[in-house]
Design a protein around this ligand. Sequence first.
Ligand SMILES: *Cc1c(COP(=O)(O)O)cnc(C)c1O
Length: 395
Amino acid sequence: MKKNSKLETILTHYGEDRGAYHGAVVPPIFQNSLFTFEDWESIDKAFDDRMNNYIYSRGKNPTVSIVEEKIAKLSGGEKAQLFPSGMAAITASCLHFLEPNDHVIAIKNLYGPASTLLKSYLAKKMNIETTFVAGNDIEDFENAIQENTKLIYLESPSSVIFSLQDIKAVAKLAKSKGIKTMIDNTWSTPIFQKPLEMGIDLEVHSCSKYFGGHSDLIGGVVIGKKEDLDSIFLNEYEILGAKVAPMEAWLLVRSLRTLSMRLERHQASAMKVAQFLEKHPKIKQVTYPGLPSFPQYQLGKQQMSGYGSLMAFQLNANDLEKIKSFFNNFSVFQKGVGWGGHESLVYVPAISYLKELDEEQFAGMGISVGDIRIFIGLEHVDDLIEDLKESLALI
Ligand SMILES: *Cc1c(COP(=O)(O)O)cnc(C)c1O
């Protein structure tokens, strides 16, 4: 691989040792639990450097390593560790940085299960205290710092409302106080945003979204400095037994080859859809960081080189029955949660909230039944706009 290879070339070829697989242009799925050795000396040597040797597939596996090398290179990190899900990657990162009784600062609109991990599980098991802040202003973080603050956990753009944090400013503040930082970069991917280059310690992703890209796998990844990643490999990966299936890794090798192209198309279609929605008389507001009307548009332009294709909009209507028929009418957009695959998706967050909350609590959440979330997939954008038009006509 040439030193100054560009992104697409890296994603296509980097980390693959074709000579070792009889020249096969696609690497094999190393579906084996263990690796064998010639003699005492070679086993002894492998154990002395278990981070760099294939011994047992709960540790390193060659198909998994290919994905880790590609993603580390892509993100500008020294090392990456693949995990069986995004949540496993997030849990491992938190456990790596935290000791009992530590304090965490996280953003309010953190991915739901990650927020539950902090405020329920880690709070109960390790007495971890978390302060949730809006995060639009650097002062939100400054004011929340305590003596025992060990970690600042960002997600920019955040879940649900896509709010941004000034990544460079937060990284600088944290460094000056000896606090570690991590960011969930799933929405942008390293194609559009490179937090490690902005001073963040660990970057995490759900590979179930754009990295996988075909809605056929669940995975996660952590990227950062060698020192942190070596410890995560030996402890949270190998000892806690968070093993990645070689088949899932193999699917990721396939997907990463087209990541950049897919994102270009996702981005172009999302922009057209966002512009269409913004002009539509039945829509009150579109929330998409790529639109100049987005409140933090300037900050986004500074720290992102492009935009993902998950967005939200608010209907003028608030009539539950009408919104149900609007939702049920979609035929190109599929109805479901999760995102990042080939297929466009529509979801009404109220479906989940109305299950858990009474009407008053729901009103207190600051969202309404007219809040719609869409993910723009790889279908032709004209068909997507047509599908939206037809459903909007029912409102
Ligand atoms: C889906 C998602 C996750 C969790 O990933 P899984 O692979 O489902 O465990 C974390 N963060 C964000 C932003 C996500 O969208």
